[in-house]
Design a binder for this molecule. Sequence first.
Ligand SMILES: Nc1ncnc2c1ncn2[C@@H]1O[C@H](COP(=O)(O)OP(=O)(O)OP(=O)(O)O)[C@@H](O)[C@H]1O
Length: 237
Amino acid sequence: MESWIIRTKNLKKYYQLGEHTVKALDGMDFLVREREFVAVIGTSGSGKSTLLHMVGGLDVPTEGEVYVDGRNLNEMNKEQLAVFRRRKVGFVFQNYNLVPDLNIYENVVLPVELDGRRVDREFAEEILEFLKLSGKKEALPGILSGGQQQRAAIARAIVSKPAILLADEPTGNLDTAASHDVIGLLKMAAKQFQQTVVLITHDNDIAQLADRIVRIEDGRIVERGEHERRPSHAEES
Ligand SMILES: Nc1ncnc2c1ncn2[C@@H]1O[C@H](COP(=O)(O)OP(=O)(O)OP(=O)(O)O)[C@@H](O)[C@H]1O
């Protein structure tokens, strides 16, 4: 049996702008297997970010359902959703969102501390080493390159041991070499720490690094990429 860690059912998100209805998502059945690395591509305005926000519990749908790790997000209240976001999901955005006054180590462990949990120092060090940031622990974000800052943001997303990582154009501010470096490391880290990744990108070359590419247009999936290479665990099951 397939094991879907993310499953949306007839997902719709409509925005009313005066007389006009913007159908950002228009009946989307988006499926991701456990530990899969999926790239979502599509033109500007096709609904990619909206989809990611729904899956990450950052926004609520107009209609339809979102299941993550067997739980229906629609059935969660505000507090449950906040806990879900803190524990189940790691977000990586285009602009890194690092706190400028905290050093890299402090930035990376901040979400765990804010969640009132004990920091697993050894795990944090392991991730930093994995992402080639061991030498930058004491550095403030401002002196790091874009690629290093994004790797720190990825370390921060992974350190709370979420089941899924949601990355919205994480290479949008990086050059080609840094982009490939960051996504290559993200992929290896996700494998190492057994996480599922959904990556939004405009960049076809970057998308090729994923296990599967899903293409969306006008709030609908137009290509599921099922012919693409599957992750080894899915082949085994
Ligand atoms: N809060 C909002 N109010 C009104 N319309 C919105 C809102 N958020 C998104 N939209 C519209 O929904 C559609 C999908 O937006 P979305 O940001 O998901 O697209 P995208 O594929 O991520 O685009 P991009 O690649 O440019 O980031 C667009 O037409 C956008 O203008």
